[in-house]
Design a protein around this ligand. Sequence first.
Ligand code: BGC
Length: 467
Amino acid sequence: MATTIDYHKRNSENKLDYNVPLTREAFGHDFKWGVATAAYQIEGAVNEDGRSDCVWDVFARKKGKIRNGDHARQACDFYHRYEQDLELVKELGFGHFRFSLSWSRILPDGHGRVNQPGIDFYNKLIDKCISLRIEPWITLYHWDLPQALEKSGGWKNRRIVEWFAEYASVCALAFGDRVHNWIVLNEPMAVAGLGYTTGEHAPGNKGIHNFLPVVHHLALSQAEGGRVLRQILPDARIGNAISCSYVYPNSRSAADVRAARRADALMNRLFIEPALGLGYPKDAFPFLSNIKRFMREGDRERLKFDFDFWGLQNYFSVVVQHSYLAPVTWLKEVPATLRNVPTTALGWEISPAGMYEILKQFGRYKGVRELMISENGAAFKDKLKEGKVEDSGRRAYYQEYLSAVLKAKNEGLNITGYFAWTLLDNFEWAHGYSARFGLVFVDFKTQERTVKDSGRWFARFLKKVEI
Ligand code: BGC
C-alpha cells in the first residue's frame, strides 16, 4: 500500500532556515520592487472613449458566472483615478508599476482601426508614472480578449497569432519610447484551462477539444509577441509571465508520483519549454503529443523566443493524487482545506517552501537568463474598522514568501525583482469583489481607498517610513 505523506512532517521538513534577516538591503540595491495590476480588474469605464466589449464584459453579463452577479463596469474606477492611485504606489515605496493594456480600448475591432483615446489614456498613465519616478511595466495581454475576436473563434483560431502580432506592434510603436519593460502574456495556462476548457473564466468555452489548439496558439503568440517587440524595440527588456505551483505527490506510490509529474507538466512546464526550444512536455504527459495535429511546418522554430526574463507568478503549492475518475489528466488535487495546512481566504495553501522549491526548479533551466516574481500575494477576509485594516495574515504571508525568495536568491539564482499582487482590492475574476488581494482596501460603494497594515509594512520595509 502507498504510504501517505504526512503534511505536518512535510511542512516541518520543509521549514526554511532563512538565516538572513529580511531587509530591503539583503536583496541588493538593484533589486526591483513593484506592485502589479491588470486593466480589466481595476479600470472600469468599460464603455468610455471608444472601448469595445472584451470577453469578460460579455461573460459577466451572463447569469451565474461571477460570484454575487458582480461586474467590472466600474471596478476600482482606475481609469479616472489613476493619478491618485499612482501616488499611492509611490507612498507605499514601490519603484515599479506593472499594468496591462486593454486590447479593446486600443483596437476595438481586435485589429485594424486604432482608437486614439485608448492610446491617450495609456500615454497619460505612463507619463504620470515617469513624473513620479515609477518605472512602468506593460503586460500586453492579461485575459481581456476583444469580443470581436472571440466571435471569430478567439484563441481557438490560428489567425489570432497575426492579430496579436498586430496589437503588439501598435503598442510597441505607441509606448516603446518610454516603456522599457514588457511582458507579453499573463498566465496563458489560465486562458487555456479556465477560459477554454473548464469554462470558469471568460469566454466560458468548455471542452477538452479546445485545450490543445488554444495552448498552441498561445504558445506561438507569446513567441511572436516577443519577436515583434524585439524588432521594434531592440533595447527593451522582454519577458513573459507564467503561473507556477510546486507539485507534491499525495503519497509515494508510483501512480501518485506520475500524477504529480503530469500536473507539473501542465502547471509549470507547458509554456516555458516550447519557448526554450524543448518542445511541449510530452515525456511527463503523453496526451500532449496530440498537439501535433495543430502544428504546421516551422512551428517548432516559431515557438522559440529568447526572453530576457521569465516572470513567475506563485501563490500556493499543490498536492495531487492519481484518479481514475478524471479522464485525460487522470489526477485530482487534494484540496488544502482537507489537509490541515494554513490557507488563505480562497483555500489556497500558504506555502513559502513551495515558492522556494519552484524557484529552484525554474532556476535549473539552462535557457533562463533571469527570473523575477511578477505576482505574489494573498486574499484574506479584510474588515475596515475605524479607518484601519488590520491584515496581519497578509503581512505574515508576504514576509514568509519574501524570505523564501531571498533564500533562493542567496543560493545563487538570478532573481531580479518582486511584484506584489496587488495594489488595490479589485475585480477578482469569477470571484467578483468577494476576494480581496489589495495592499489598499477599496470601499466599492464610495471608491474610498485605505492603506492596509500590509501596505504600511511595505512602506516601512521599502522606505523605512511610517505612513
Ligand atoms: C492573475 C491575477 C489574479 C491573481 C489572484 C493571477 O493568476 O494574474 O489576475 O487576480 O492571480 O487570483
